[in-house]
Design a protein around this ligand. Sequence first.
Ligand SMILES: NC(=O)c1ccc[n+]([C@@H]2O[C@H](COP(=O)([O-])OP(=O)(O)OC[C@H]3O[C@@H](n4cnc5c(N)ncnc54)[C@H](OP(=O)(O)O)[C@@H]3O)[C@@H](O)[C@H]2O)c1
Length: 270
Amino acid sequence: MTAARNEPLVALRRLLPAPGELTADALVAELRPWESAPAQRPLRPHVAVNMVHTSDGRAAVHGRTGPISSLADRQLFHALRTRVDAVMVGAGTLRVERYGRMVPDAARRAQRRAAGLAPDPLAIVVSGSLDLPADLPLLQDPSSRVVIVTSSARSLAGVRAQVEYLRAEEALDLPGALAQLRSDHGVRAILCEGGPHLNASLLAHGLLDELFLTTVPVLAGATGALSIMDGAALEAPLGLSLCWMLEHEGELFARYAIGAPGERRVGAPT
Ligand SMILES: NC(=O)c1ccc[n+]([C@@H]2O[C@H](COP(=O)([O-])OP(=O)(O)OC[C@H]3O[C@@H](n4cnc5c(N)ncnc54)[C@H](OP(=O)(O)O)[C@@H]3O)[C@@H](O)[C@H]2O)c1
């Protein structure tokens, strides 16, 4: 596998569980999240969230992730997209980051096929309002299959992607949407790429299973800047279990398992 635009492949230094050096592709090759979809009914997909933040917990600088993303982080970001049925994103992120085709690199699509996955992941967009510009590159890509989870009764005009809608009558029903994505679209594993408000909604509903978190060794300051989960509050802090930790030029790449609500809460009243 080559990196995008002939960028050099970054060797990440694994600190745990077993020390060693490996690329992002080699790191994720062991991941088979589609085998970890929760067994409780209604069945829903396994959901992992992937985020980057600064050492002072900022998930964006001047409203964008670009200033805090590195080559190593981008390689992990793209490698993770090769290990899931679907990539999910909130409308706020889609509008700002202007997503295109989820896996533009043919070699990565081949990698997905080799893992028994469709060459292109399903793109899932969560938008209450359906206020999405039709000229977003993702919506103009004919090879992209997109499911929009929305409470709007409208449909988007002028899009070239294959777009379907999962509609809720009033407030958006994330648990119901995930169950429907599993039953009607065969989605067993989702990579959620934020943003912070979508993450917080999923977490508050107990719908997040894993967190991939890159910590960039910079301080960004700013008042009111977004953290990786912003919005819906939890009753008490929820503990995480560290599964791996890697390092590259001071940047840390963690993978955590997230407990179900009621489990591993820290400081909850007894
Ligand atoms: N650091 C990172 O890794 C990372 C990753 C992603 C994004 N970001 C940054 O985060 C910022 C955007 O994040 P954000 O939190 O504002 O946006 P977001 O979470 O991507 O999207 C929020 C929007 O999603 C829809 N939505 C999400 N949950 C919903 C629910 N439960 N019910 C109804 N609608 C729901 C709504 O869409 P409508 O408005 O259409 O109703 C809502 O306004 C940008 O600055 C981006 O650069 C950082």
